[in-house]
Ligand binder design. Structure first.
Ligand SMILES: [Zn+2]
Length: 295
């Protein structure tokens, strides 16, 4: 009972609460679990206000809010949406898609990056409005099934596993299981063409460590950090725009200028920082454990 209460309190506090230790410094910025969460989520307004929808590279577009990413991959056979975000944002995402000149009703496939409400809560509504096929990583299905906004069942039309691909028109995305943040957290890769050149787009999932690390989750993160390091990458993206510096890059996106989203040197900035934080949390936890041992 006590455990259940703690869990409920933890779930309610989840969105804004994390400890202010340990800290790690990356690219001149000092991060704590609390500051990473604040950076990712912004204010409640940031979470629900559309960021100007824009082309990223080739047939990939941004259609999310200021702090919650949603991406559209456009093909002649219809479109793929990555992340519905919160259910209350679905109409905002729809508007962004329409603002770009595409039809929301042509969303054929809905993918997700990990089974948390800020990224996938709107799946049922997107399915209801577009009829899109909802594709889910097997390891995240239990968490998705527990997500029921307004009592709606979470749709799961196709269950995939690590390495599986999703194809529509000329677009083929590959799913990479990069668990830790959730059991089925998925990083998607997609080769795209722009001006006759092919670029590897990586839709990174969150690699943010929970505040308490259990043995299975430690194993998952150790595997996932090794996996992301090996992915070919030219265009790093993330489930929160701050993970890839969207605002600064967007400001530099000008006709005739080099595409700022093509940024191979930025591919591992976020995962390196998250790995350093994971190691720091692990070290802190080991110290605590030692202190708690009877002498
Ligand atoms: Zn999350």
């Amino acid at each position: 009972m006590k455990k259940l209460l703690l869990f409920l309190v933890g779930a309610a506090a989840f969105a804004q609460d994390a400890p202010d230790h340990p800290s790690v410094t990356a690219q001149g910025t000092t991060f704590t679990p609390r500051s990473i969460l604040a950076r990712n989520m912004g204010t409640p307004d940031d979470q629900t206000t559309a960021f100007p929808p824009h082309n990223i590279v080739g047939n990939v577009y941004y259609v999310g809010t200021k702090t919650l990413s949603a991406f559209l991959v456009v093909t002649p056979k219809g479109n793929i949406l990555i992340d519905s975000t919160y259910e209350r944002n679905v109409r905002t995402v729809q508007k962004s898609i329409e603002q770009l000149g595409f039809k929301f009703s042509e969303t054929r496939i809905l993918l997700g990056n990990h089974a948390h409400g800020d990224h996938m809560e709107g799946d049922a509504l997107v399915k209801e409005l577009t009829g899109a096929q909802v594709v889910s990583m097997a390891e995240d299905v239990p968490a998705l099934k527990a997500m029921k906004p307004g009592g709606k069942e979470h749709p799961v039309d196709r269950i995939i596993h690590d390495g599986d691909t999703v194809t529509l028109g000329e677009a083929t995305l590959t799913a990479h299981l990069t668990a830790g943040h959730t059991r089925g957290a998925t990083t998607w890769t997609l080769p795209v063409t722009e001006a006759g050149k092919t670029y590897q787009v990586v839709f990174y999932t969150s690699l943010r460590s929970p505040n308490v690390l259990t043995l299975p989750v430690i194993d998952e993160f150790n595997r996932s950090f090794a996996v992301v390091r090996k992915l070919p990458c030219d265009v790093p993206l993330g489930d929160h725009p701050s993970e890839y510096g969207m605002t600064a890059k967007y400001a530099k996106r000008k006709p005739g200028a080099p595409n700022p989203f093509i940024d191979p040197s930025g591919c591992h900035l976020e995962s390196d920082m998250q790995e350093a934080m994971f190691e720091a949390i692990l070290a802190e936890q080991a110290e605590q454990h030692k202190a708690e041992q009877p002498r």
